[in-house]
Design a protein around this ligand. Structure first.
Ligand SMILES: *Cc1c(COP(=O)(O)O)cnc(C)c1O
Length: 375
C-alpha cells in the first residue's frame, strides 16, 4: 500500500457547515421526528432547482422507484420495460409489486436505454397483445439517455415513463434537468451519490395529485380519521427531518460538486487521450453531464481488471461497470430485448475514482498508475 486512500465517490459535506446548521435547527425546535420544516423545504428547494411542480422526500431512491411504479398503477402480473445496464435498485421494486420486468439493452451513444431496442420490445409484446404499464429509463453515471426518442415511443404507446436519475442530479438534457422529462423522476441521496443525506431519495413529478398520493402511501396510508384507519396498504418511506437538513445544506453546494466532477472527467480525458484503446464514456453534446463517475471502456491490451488491481495495490478505489440485470442470476428467468451492447460495456468498462475530495496530486497519482500499464 502506498499513499492515502482515494475513494470512488464518498460523502463530501460543505466547508461552510450548511448541513450542520439545518440539523441544529431541527434539534433546537425538537423536530427530530419524521417530517417537519426541513423535509418540506428540501422538497420545495429541489423542485424549484430542477423546475418541477412537486416532490416527495423519501427514505431511499429505491423507495422512490417503488412509489413511482405504484403511482403508474403497476400491480401483480403487469409488464415493466426496464433498462438492463443499471444498479439492481432500479429493477427490484418491479418485483416488490409482483410485476414482470423485461430488460432493455443500451446503445454505445448513451450507454443508456437503446430507443430501437425499446421500440422492438413494444413490437414484440404488441404481437402477443401485451403492453407494459411503465418504462424505466436510467441516466447512468450522469450521462443522459436519448430522451426525445424514448419519450416519443412512450407517448406513442401511451405508457408511463419513469426516469431513474439517481446518478444524474444536475445533468441537463437539451437544457432540461434529467428527472423532469418523463412522468416521474427519481433521485437518490445515498452516501456515494453526488450529494447525500447519508441515505435518502426523492420522487418528483408535475402531477401534484400523484405526489400527494405517494406521500399518503409513504406515511402508512393513514386515512383522515381520528383513530388509525387504513383503506390501503401503507409504507413507512418518508425521509426524516434531520436527514432532510443534510440534504438542504448539500443542495446549496451541488453546483460546486458538479463542477469538480466535470473537472475530474476532463482531467482524465486530457491525460489519458494518448493511451491506446481507452475510450471515455460518451458525454454527448446535447447533454451537460454531472459526470458523477468518470468511466472508460478498454479496447486494447490493457483490460479493466488490470487497472482495478493496479489501483487497488496503491490504495485507490475503482470499480467495474454495473453488471446488466439480464446477466444477474436473480433475474435470469426474465426476458431481454437487445443486441448485447450492455454486456460489452460491462465487460470492457471501468469506473475511475471520481471523489470530489481528490486533489490534483491524487488525480496525477491515479493517472500515473494507469499510464504505467502501457509501458
Ligand atoms: C443509487 C441508485 C439507486 C438507489 O438509490 P438508493 O437511495 O441507494 O436506494 C437506484 N438506481 C441507481 C441507478 C442508483 O445508482
Amino acid at each position: 500500500m502506498s499513499g492515502e486512500k482515494i475513494y470512488l465517490s464518498s460523502p463530501h459535506m460543505s466547508d461552510e457547515g450548511y448541513e450542520m446548521n439545518f440539523i441544529k435547527e431541527a434539534f433546537e425546535s425538537n423536530w427530530i421526528a419524521p417530517l417537519g420544516r426541513n423535509v418540506n423545504e428540501f422538497e420545495r428547494e429541489l423542485a424549484n432547482m430542477v423546475g418541477i411542480k412537486s416532490a416527495a422526500a423519501l427514505s431511499t431512491g429505491t423507495a422512490a422507484i417503488h412509489m413511482a411504479l405504484k403511482a403508474a398503477g403497476v400491480s401483480e402480473g403487469d409488464i415493466v420495460f426496464c433498462q438492463s445496464l443499471t444498479f439492481s435498485a432500479t429493477a427490484n421494486p418491479i418485483i416488490y409489486e409482483k410485476a414482470v420486468p423485461v430488460f432493455i439493452d443500451s446503445d454505445y451513444e448513451t450507454w443508456n436505454m437503446s430507443p430501437s431496442a425499446l421500440q422492438k420490445a413494444f413490437e414484440k409484446y404488441g404481437k402477443l397483445g401485451k403492453k407494459p404499464k411503465a418504462v424505466i429509463v436510467v441516466h447512468l453515471y450522469g450521462l443522459s439517455a436519448n430522451m426525445d426518442k424514448i419519450s416519443e415511443i412512450c407517448n406513442k404507446y401511451d405508457v408511463t415513463l419513469i426516469e431513474d436519475a439517481a446518478e444524474s442530479l444536475g445533468t441537463l438534457y437539451k437544457g432540461r434537468y434529467t428527472g423532469t422529462i418523463g412522468d416521474y423522476g427519481v433521485f437518490s441521496f445515498n452516501g456515494n451519490k453526488i450529494i447525500t443525506t447519508s441515505g435518502g431519495g426523492m420522487l418528483i413529478s408535475d402531477n401534484e395529485e400523484s405526489i400527494n398520493k405517494v406521500k399518503f402511501w409513504a406515511t402508512q396510508s393513514r386515512d383522515p380519521a381520528r383513530h388509525y384507519q387504513h383503506s390501503e396498504l401503507g409504507f413507512n418511506y418518508r425521509m426524516s427531518n434531520v436527514l432532510a437538513g443534510i440534504g438542504r445544506g448539500q443542495l446549496m453546494i451541488l453546483n460546486q460538486r458538479i463542477e469538480k466532477k466535470r473537472y475530474i472527467f476532463e482531467y482524465y480525458k486530457k491525460m489519458l487521450k494518448d493511451m491506446e484503446g481507452i475510450h471515455m464514456m460518451p458525454v454527448n453534446n446535447w447533454s451537460k453531464s454531472n459526470c458523477w463517475l468518470s468511466c472508460i471502456l478498454l479496447r486494447g491490451k490493457v483490460k479493466p481488471l488490470d487497472i482495478i488491481l493496479a489501483l487497488e495495490k496503491n490504495n485507490i478505489e475503482s470499480r467495474p461497470i454495473w453488471k446488466p440485470m439480464h446477466m444477474q442470476p436473480f433475474y435470469s428467468g426474465y426476458d431481454f430485448v437487445g443486441a448485447g451492447v450492455s454486456e460489452i460495456i460491462f465487460e470492457d468498462g471501468v469506473c475511475l475514482p471520481s471523489d470530489t475530495k481528490m486533489t490534483d496530486e491524487d488525480l496525477n497519482r491515479t493517472v500515473s498508475i494507469i499510464k504505467g500499464l502501457w509501458i
